[in-house]
Design a protein around this ligand. Structure first.
Ligand SMILES: [Zn+2]
Ligand SMILES: [Zn+2]
Length: 255
C-alpha cells in the first residue's frame, strides 16, 4: 500500500491511498489541475481511482471535491452531513453519491474504508481507517480531541496521518483574534503538537511503520516544532514525516 500526502494544511488537504494500481482519494481542497500535478509529482502514475471519500465540509477539504469527482467520474462517499454541508447536492456528480454513517465500512475494490466519528465543529465529521492487502492506514486530522473510540479504531495501524495543528505558545501569543484562538484550542477545534504527540504515544506499537504529521498551521506552528514533539514519542521506532501545503510528499510505502 502506498500513501500520498498531496497537500496538508488549512489552505488545502488531499490524500491518496494506492494498492496494486487502484486508489481512493481522501478530501480535496486543491483545484483539479493542481491535484493532477501533485499526483504526478508524488509518483502516482497510471493509477485507477475508485472513489473520493470526504471527511467534513470545511473548504480546505472539499473545495475541489466536485471537480475531482467529475474529472475521474468516481463516486463520492461521505456522511449526509458532510454532503449537504459541502453543497454537493447542488453539483453534478456523474459517479453518484454514496451516503455512509460513522461506524460504517465501505468495501471498494481491494479497499475497506471504515468511517469513524471525530470531535470537530462540522455537521458530521469523519476520520478513516483504510485497509488493503493486509496493511492499514489511519487518518485523523481536524479534531479537537481524541477519544477512546478513535484510539481503539486506529490502534493497529501500520501507517498514520495525525493532526499536529499548532504550538500552544505560538497560538496564544500569535495574531489570531481571541474567539478564533478559543475555537482552535477547544475540543471541537484542532489538536496541538502536544495533543498529537500524546495521541501518537497511545497508538504506537511494533507494527507501526510511519506517521505523517498533518494539518500544520501556517501562523501557529513550524514543521520543526511539530517534529520535535513527535520525535520524543517515536524515538527511532518508526518514520516521521511532516505534510506540507506547498508540495506533495513523495509516495510513502506502508508495509
Ligand atoms: Zn481542515
Ligand atoms: Zn475542519
Amino acid at each position: 500500500m502506498n500513501l500520498g500526502v498531496l497537500s496538508s494544511g488549512s489552505s488545502g488537504n488531499a490524500l491518496v491511498v494506492e494498492h496494486e494500481g487502484k486508489c481512493v482519494f481522501l478530501d480535496n481542497g486543491l483545484s483539479g489541475c493542481e491535484h493532477g500535478k501533485r499526483l504526478q509529482e508524488a509518483g502516482f502514475h497510471g493509477i485507477q481511482p475508485l472513489g473520493l471519500f470526504l471527511s467534513h465540509e470545511h473548504g480546505d477539504h472539499v473545495r475541489g471535491a466536485g471537480v475531482l469527482a467529475r474529472k475521474w467520474k468516481i463516486p463520492v462517499f461521505s456522511t449526509r452531513g458532510t454532503y449537504f454541508g459541502a453543497g454537493l447536492h447542488r453539483q453534478k456528480l456523474p459517479g453518484g453519491f454514496e451516503a455512509a454513517a460513522n461506524g460504517d465500512t465501505v468495501e471498494l475494490g481491494p479497499f475497506s474504508v471504515t468511517f469513524f466519528s471525530v470531535s470537530h465543529d462540522a455537521a458530521d465529521p469523519s476520520g478513516f481507517l483504510i485497509r488493503a492487502g493486509g496493511v492499514s492506514v489511519g487518518i485523523a486530522t481536524d479534531l479537537g480531541k481524541a477519544g477512546a473510540l478513535l484510539v481503539q479504531t486506529l490502534g493497529g495501524c501500520n501507517g498514520l496521518v495525525l493532526e499536529f495543528n499548532h504550538d500552544l505558545d505560538m497560538l496564544w501569543d500569535g495574531p489570531y483574534p481571541w474567539p478564533l484562538k478559543q475555537r482552535i484550542s477547544s475540543g471541537l477545534g484542532h489538536m496541538s503538537n502536544d495533543d498529537g504527540a500524546e495521541l501518537l504515544s497511545r497508538l504506537a506499537h511494533p507494527e507501526l511503520k510511519v506517521c505523517v504529521l498533518a494539518h500544520l498551521s501556517r501562523e501557529n506552528n513550524t514543521p520543526e516544532l511539530a517534529m520535535a514533539s513527535a520525535v520524543r514519542v517515536a524515538e527511532d521506532r518508526f518514520t516521521l514525516l511532516a505534510g506540507s501545503r506547498h508540495a506533495a510528499l513523495p509516495s510513502i510505502q506502508v508495509v
